[in-house]
Design a protein around this ligand. Structure first.
Ligand code: AMP
Length: 339
């Protein structure tokens, strides 16, 4: 049997790295954290990494130490910041072993492809408006690559849209999406392509500035002060969902995985997240998929109410990933989970 001690799990020190490192250690694997110079303190303080490698930056710096990682038989666990720093195009240049099919990250990061994928999986999505002229109901305007939701705005008419766009003269790449009134629910899935089983790990909602505090001011004062809503992500809040919605949650995840098998050779497996607004009639409007671990799993480093039902140890998503990698190594099936 192959020895997991001959391998390591590595990721960039940001996003959900604490949880990924801790999960790797809990599963008895060597954990390597690649940190930007001057930003390694959390990883040292929490003692989650066996090894810290410092780099000048997360792009060229990563490629500069790639041979070191290869020599250690490291397996990269990609997270949101990893994909964003390396860039979906350059992901293909990554030579070190990579958990997950890289091809699916391209479907995730291209809005048109992403929509095609989710609609073919039978999911409801907010309507997309091709131009400002078409706006006939409240919309949310999102800038591509906007760092964590900063700058998004709401408009309800073409006039309001063009007026607000004046504040973003440099932005050419944006989406005008129907604004769904409801509550955000982010579902964290884990699909094992070793066993063919789908798990629902946890749920979160985001803590966004200023959207999550604007209700503390009376509507009149908001208008008087000319306050605009923004959606800058600052953290995540755990959620448990009404139990009768769970069958639908499982079905949505399974349909997305089934469709992904038609898109890229190995499909979608491991952790992923469907980001949705749940309206008062209990319709899920999915507005995005993340085809890798999301930071919304961070409240659950000690497991979630759901993983506690299934596992007899605290099972975070980070630890679930490490367990999958460990199982694959031990069963001689590592090739199946790399991409
Ligand atoms: P995103 O950057 O696409 O994840 O969106 C940032 C935030 O905007 C989300 O957390 C939601 O609270 C909100 N949001 C995004 N899309 C919609 C939508 N179509 N309708 C209502 N709220 C949305």
């Amino acid at each position: 049997m192959a020895n997991t001690k001959d391998y390591a799990i590595a990721t960039l020190g940001s996003h959900s790295a604490l949880q990924i490192m801790k999960g790797a250690k809990d599963e008895g694997m060597h954990a390597i954290c690649i940190c930007q110079k001057g930003k390694s303190q959390p990883y040292e303080s929490y003692g989650v990494a066996d090894e810290i490698i410092e780099v000048d930056d997360f792009n060229e710096g990563f490629f500069a130490i790639e041979d070191q990682l290869i020599a250690k038989n490291a397996i990269i666990v990609p997270h949101g910041s990893f994909v964003s720093y390396i860039g979906p195009q350059r992901m293909k240049d990554v030579r070190v072993m990579h958990y997950g099919d890289k091809g699916i990250l391209e479907w995730e990061s291209n809005r048109t492809k992403e929509r095609e994928w989710l609609l073919s999986a039978g999911l409801k999505m907010p309507k997309i408006f091709k131009s400002g002229e078409e706006i006939d109901k409240p919309v949310i305007v999102k800038f591509h690559g906007a760092k964590g939701g900063f700058g998004y705005f709401i408009a309800k008419s073409p006039e309001e849209f063009y007026e607000k766009m004046k504040q973003h003269p440099e932005e050419k790449d944006y989406a005008i999406q129907e604004y769904i009134v409801g509550v955000p629910i982010y579902t964290h899935y884990f699909y094992s392509n070793l066993t063919g089983e789908m798990e629902v790990m946890s749920f979160d909602k985001r803590y966004e500035s200023n959207a999550d505090s604007i209700g503390r001011i009376a509507a009149k004062d908001q208008i008087d002060a000319g306050i605009e809503t923004s959606y800058t992500i600052t953290g995540n809040i755990p959620v448990v969902i009404r139990e009768s919605l769970l069958p639908q949650i499982f079905e949505m995840g399974e349909n997305v995985v089934k469709e992904a098998k038609k898109l890229v050779p190995k499909g979608l497996y491991g952790p992923f997240c469907l980001e949705a607004i749940l309206d008062p009639k209990l319709n899920f409007y999915v507005f995005e998929i993340s085809a890798r671990i999301v930071a919304g799993t961070n409240p659950f480093t000690n497991g979630s109410p759901y993983t506690w039902l299934r596992y007899d140890v605290p099972m975070s998503t980070g630890r679930r990933i490490a367990r999958e990698i460990k199982t694959a190594i031990e069963c001689g099936r590592l090739e199946e989970i790399l991409g």
